[in-house]
Write a protein that binds this ligand. Structure first.
Ligand code: UTP
Length: 407
């Protein structure tokens, strides 16, 4: 992008204030600025004002493979799943590009030590888990890890230093996700400092686009990968490339699957997997209507009872077809440090603007079908989101100990 293109682009996007700032930069700073600008999506600030692009349809409940059914069919499903892994058809995608602001932990979340008497990072648990399923199948599973510009080098160094926890290095593939601009509440793009636009990772919905941008699709095709198991870094009991889950999705002939837990109570803060206009869909807890939260069936069970735990299986065949569909953009009010008009760096104590994200859960709406696969939270769901209270290191450690881990 040259200077004239840049100015035109900024004017079209209503961001002329950045062009004025550009004139104050040295030639080298201008070059860096142009490069950063070219990598960013300037249509996002429009979501600061008005509605987002997330209009909803009519919802109805969706039945899951219950934990009991999964247990009964486990041997059959596992055999199917292990055979798919053995054929090289399954890869895992760990989403580790988040900033973990609620946990307030300085390093990337995967470094977080859940051990008490020994070192046990979240990354070490994930590597041990995928290695176990790879060993059962007798074939290594490609392990993709999404980082962000903010934690890529640190993550790469950490994994190298730990020698990938014994996993084959050639099967560990790191790729950085794309970034998104940060704006004030009117949608004006903020500067982090002189010559640098304030930006944040573009949300976990960016994973497939980022795989493609990193040039990894041909590599996955070359390896014959047909299924991607996508999951979050912050569940200490995460089951990766679980052959039972993979086998169930294959046995039912579905094009995607989602691990779910039965909601502990109507107000639990998990996204609900259901149908929307007859297609699979996930409704965030804050978007659920009163009826969705509380409606019960004749047995007294919640009708919308399955919450997602950010562990999905997607078919590689389907993903390219949906990649050009714009996912809903979610804006979140945050405290964003910025450079003011006098060139001073301001560190706000209250939210002063928006970060913009797309979410992996919205990809489920683009699938023709999605198999909800119920798992038991005491075996598979120990999220670490907050510093204390619910979903914190304390609750996760208790769940790990309950599952037999010696911490
Ligand atoms: P969360 O939505 O919990 O976000 O991420 P977070 O950034 O980790 O934490 P908070 O909200 O700032 O406290 C769920 C999963 O998605 C990944 C996270 O690393 C985590 O595994 N994620 C999130 C990304 O990979 N990229 C993003 O831009 C956001």
């Amino acid at each position: 992008m040259n200077q004239n293109d840049m100015i035109q682009r900024l004017i079209t996007a209503g961001q002329e204030h950045l062009a004025a700032h550009y004139d104050t930069l040295s030639a080298a700073e201008q070059e860096t600025f142009l490069r950063q600008l070219a990598s960013l999506d300037l249509t996002l600030p429009a979501y600061a004002v008005g509605e987002n692009n997330n209009t909803r349809g009519t919802f109805s409940p969706l039945q899951a493979v219950t934990a009991e059914e999964a247990r009964e069919d486990r041997a059959f499903h596992e055999a199917l799943g292990l055979a798919a892994i053995r054929r090289g058809e399954v890869a895992a995608v760990l989403l580790a590009g988040g900033q973990g602001t609620r946990l307030g932990y300085d390093a990337p979340k995967g470094f977080f030590n859940v051990g008490i008497t020994r070192e046990m990072s979240l990354f070490s648990l994930h590597f041990a888990n995928i290695a176990r399923h790879a060993a059962a199948a007798g074939r290594s599973i490609p392990f993709l890890i999404m980082t962000s510009k903010f934690n890529h080098e640190q993550t790469a160094d950490f994994l190298r230093q730990h020698e990938y926890f014994g996993y084959p290095a050639e099967d560990v593939i790191l790729f950085p996700q794309e970034m998104a601009v940060c704006t004030d509440f009117e949608g004006k793009i903020l500067l982090a400092r002189r010559g640098v636009i304030a930006e944040s990772p573009n949300g976990n919905g960016g994973w497939f686009g980022s795989i493609e941008k990193a040039g990894l699709l041909p590599e996955l095709q070359r390896r014959g990968v047909k299924w991607l198991n996508v999951f979050s870094v912050d569940n200490a009991l995460q089951q990766i490339a679980d052959p039972g889950f993979i086998g169930a999705v294959l046995a039912k002939g579905c094009e995607s699957g989602a691990k779910v837990v039965a909601k502990a109570d109507p107000d639990e803060r998990v996204g609900i997997l259901c149908l929307e206009d007859g297609r699979p869909s996930i409704v965030e807890y804050y978007e659920a209507t009163e009826e969705m939260r509380t409606l019960r069936d004749a047995n007294g069970s919640l009708q919308y009872r399955y919450g997602v735990i950010l562990n999905y299986l997607f078919s590689m065949e389907r993903l390219p077809a949906v990649r050009d569909v714009r996912l809903p953009v979610h804006r979140a009010a945050k405290k964003i440090p910025y450079m003011d008009a006098n060139g001073e760096i301001v560190t706000p104590t209250e939210p002063n603007g928006y970060k913009y994200e797309t979410l992996a859960l919205d990809m489920v709406r683009l699938q023709s079908n999605c198999l909800p696969y119920e798992v038991l939270r005491e075996k598979e769901f120990a999220p670490i989101k907050n510093k204390e209270g619910a979903d914190s290191p304390v609750t996760a450690r208790a769940l790990l100990e309950g599952a037999g881990f010696v911490l």
